[in-house]
Design a protein around this ligand. Structure first.
Ligand code: ATP
Ligand code: MG
Length: 396
């Protein structure tokens, strides 16, 4: 029989009545990832997702790589299915895990018997298969306490499986079970990490980017689309809503006191993001804000920008150190793109002395010459929707 994958579900199994929904989402997410690598049978049973290739032409290496970043998987192993028979266990382990056994000095067999009709207990099974494998592989001995290598034999409902140690999975919850939210995606380091973290909590992520052509270049926009593409490696797919922000920024520059520029601009971003979010079925916004990092990220500033929004604003990085954010960015592969030097629209009209402790009254007063509603309506008229998926080619 062919090699297949066993994926251990993570926290999903704790979710009681919602379990079915979690399993369905996880199998659907996996299916979407690997369908282009051949026909597979994917199903969940006993806290495990089984991925079985249905034709010899399936590209197992690519499918395996594509499953690694899928959230909701605690651990994964490549396994060989075999008959529920001790000779079959021995022969399968002996050939399928031959190289790993030869490379080890010591090993043990660990058996799990969820099919209680099978006549041997787990301990009897481990002892018997361990003994026979040791005989067949001179140079490697059984050590049940500190083995170099462990052979797993699982006797389950449908079949039995033999495999080596599981690799850690991506963890988290299957993307989609936690609802949908809209990330305000800039070209910086923080917001792609924020999007990744919420996707890991099961949130399906859409994005909005504010773009100020000609103050910012086409390259700056491409950079953001590329960051979105990098995040889809984990989150699945994403629509990036690109909003032209030039008219609003110029109106602020021409009509508002300079010390409030950034705050007023951020209030427009939040409000526009919320409108697009609601139209697209998103129940929350996500930002990469981090307390104290810049003048617009004080509690007072967050009160002023949050006041235009009536859905939750998730800020998964709010209490983190910059170095920890950077190490996640490096780990998930967004850092190198984030640090490319193209300017962001926020940096174009940055005040020399921004207000760090604004009150809502001051800011509302500072905005009073603007026709907010008309500016927002015009910005919403020309939103460019760009669909991004993990299968796309790199843009930069
Ligand atoms: P980042 O590294 O994510 O750019 P930052 O530390 O530069 O964050 P700010 O520039 O104050 O901080 O932005 C705070 C948050 O506002 C960002 O994390 C992002 O969620 C959002 N944001 C900033 N600029 C834009 C933009 N041009 N388009 C969409 N969202 C933006
Ligand atoms: Mg930024």
């Amino acid at each position: 029989m062919n090699e297949m994958f066993l994926l251990k579900m993570g926290e999903i199994v704790l979710k009681g009545l919602n379990r079915r929904k979690f399993e369905d989402r996880l199998t659907a997410n996996i299916s979407r990832r690997i369908h282009k690598y051949g026909r597979f049978r994917i199903y969940a049973r006993q806290s495990t997702v089984y991925v079985e290739p249905l034709e010899a032409s399936c590209d197992l290496e690519r499918a395996w790589a594509a499953i690694q970043p899928v959230f909701g998987v605690a651990g994964l192993s490549r396994a060989k299915a075999c008959e529920k028979d001790k000779d079959a266990f021995f022969e399968t382990a002996s050939t399928y895990l031959h190289d790993q056994l030869m490379a080890a000095k010591t090993f043990k067999v660990e058996s799990k018997r969820s099919d209680k009709r099978f006549p041997l207990t787990s301990i009897q099974l481990s002892q018997e298969i361990g003994g026979r494998l040791a005989e067949a592989h001179p140079g490697v001995e059984v050590d049940v306490h500190h083995p170099d290598y462990t052979v797993y034999v699982e006797v389950r409902d449908l079949s039995a499986y033999v495999h080596g140690p599981a690799e850690p999975g991506a963890g988290g919850l299957p993307t989609g079970v936690g609802g949908r939210a809209m990330v305000l995606l800039s070209g910086g380091i923080d917001s792609p990490v924020a999007a990744y973290m919420m996707a890991k909590r099961g949130v399906e992520v859409e994005a909005v980017h504010f773009f100020s052509y000609p103050y910012t270049s086409q390259l700056a926009k491409d950079k953001v689309i590329e960051l979105a593409r990098l995040v889809t490696k984990y989150s699945g797919r994403m629509t990036v809503n690109v909003v032209s922000f030039t008219e609003i920024q110029e109106a602020i520059r021409d009509n508002c006191p300079e010390e409030f520029f950034t705050l007023i601009m951020r209030r427009f971003m939040m409000e526009i993001a919320q409108r697009i979010a609601k139209g697209d079925g998103c129940g929350a916004l996500i930002t990469g804000e981090n307390l104290g990092q810049v003048a617009s990220q004080t509690m007072e500033a967050m009160t002023v920008t949050g006041a235009v929004v009536d859905i939750p604003i998730f800020m998964p990085l709010v209490g983190m150190d910059k170095k920890d954010i950077i190490s996640i960015a490096r780990e998930i592969g967004t850092l190198d793109t984030s640090i490319l030097p193209y300017e962001d629209c926020c940096t174009v009209f940055t005040p020399k002395h921004p207000k760090t402790k604004p009150t809502l009254g001051q800011v509302v007063n500072a905005e009073k010459k603007l026709d907010r509603e008309a500016l927002i309506a015009r910005a919403l008229e020309n939103v460019e929707k760009i669909k991004v998926t993990y299968h796309d080619e790199p843009l930069l």
